[in-house]
Design a protein around this ligand. Structure first.
Ligand SMILES: Nc1ncnc2c1ncn2[C@@H]1O[C@H](COP(=O)(O)OP(=O)(O)OP(=O)(O)O)[C@@H](O)[C@H]1O
Ligand SMILES: [Mg+2]
Length: 283
């Protein structure tokens, strides 16, 4: 297998069906996520974004179809090559997924310690450099539970990128962050991309701000399929009603044609009101 340090790695989804035991989440999807670009995957909650990432990094096998990374068919490779390919991907999990029993420096050193025989001194140098890139160099000796959510995400990113993977996948890197920290995370991904022009970065996000800030390419999942796959500019110019609604949240209002399934009977409402009034009157 080539080193992959100097070329773009496209990701191709071919007739891909993904899901869990009794449930299909994405059905026969076909798409190319272009190499050497930042792609943002969007879609409603529960639409299958994290599921797709989990399959892309080889943590779960598809029900049917293929995932091609560059020219390699991920799930058709012999075990040794499958493992080698997985090493070429870095993943930032939704919660950072750092090991609580190790400080940051050790967490980030882990992939290098496991997969290389570099001397400790060199590993330490790489770890500190990578922490510096995510603005966390002062926290090398901290444990994950001593950090804020945003810091854990940045540390998770440091661990994902310490091996300079040609493919970097990030699940919700900005969710739960305040707008300034989120913007810093976006800036960080852009800087990382600038420093590694060949890197393929795939970011799952709810965050339209992030889409506009970082994406070259966008993919929108909806109802088990792909509602859009193309450049950010094309997405912004779309005339598709679903996509327009998705991009302009002010257009979304509750569907009042749907009756709630668990509506209260009028007499129940009255009964509750009386009981609560009674409670408030008690001293
Ligand atoms: N481990 C699992 N076992 C069974 N079903 C799962 C599992 N993980 C997710 N699902 C189901 O798969 C569907 C897609 O979930 P997924 O987590 O991929 O959505 P998502 O797009 O990442 O949502 P969010 O934006 O809320 O993170 C959901 O219906 C969910 O219930
Ligand atoms: Mg998710």
């Amino acid at each position: 297998m080539e080193t992959g340090q100097t070329k773009h790695w496209d990701i191709r989804l071919v007739d891909l069906t993904l899901g869990y035991e009794q449930k299909i989440v994405l059905n026969k999807i076909n798409a190319t996520i272009p190499g050497g670009k930042i792609s943002v995957i969007l879609g409603g909650s529960g639409g299958g974004k994290s599921t797709l990432l989990r399959h892309l990094v080889g943590l779960r096998r598809p029900i049917s179809g293929k995932i091609l990374l560059d020219k390699y068919d991920l799930f058709a490779l012999p075990d040794k090559d499958f493992k080698a390919l997985r090493r070429r991907m870095g993943m930032l999990f939704q919660d950072g997924a750092l090991l609580g029993s190790m400080n940051l420096a050790d967490n980030i050193a882990l992939p290098l310690k496991e997969h290389t025989n570099l001397p400790d001194k060199i590993i330490r140098e790489v770890v500190l450099h990578t922490l510096e890139l995510v603005n966390m160099a002062d926290f090398a000796e901290y444990y994950p539970n001593e950090l804020s959510g945003g810091m854990r995400k940045r540390a998770g990113l440091a661990r994902a990128m310490v091996t300079s993977p040609p493919i970097l996948l990030c699940d919700e890197p900005t969710s739960g962050l305040d707008p300034i920290t989120a913007a810093q995370m976006d800036a960080l991904l852009k800087t990382l991309k600038k420093q590694n022009p060949q890197m393929t970065i795939v970011v799952v996000s709810h965050d339209l701000e992030s889409l506009y800030a970082i994406a070259d390419h966008a993919m929108v999942l909806n109802q088990g399929g792909i509602a859009f796959n193309g450049s950010k500019e094309e997405l912004q110019q779309t005339e598709d009603p679903f996509l327009k609604r998705f991009l302009d949240r002010t257009n979304i209002h509750a569907d009042d044609s749907k009756l709630p399934r668990f509506a209260l009977k009028p007499e129940t409402g009255e009964q509750i009101k009386n009981a609560l009034d009674e409670w408030l009157r008690q001293s």
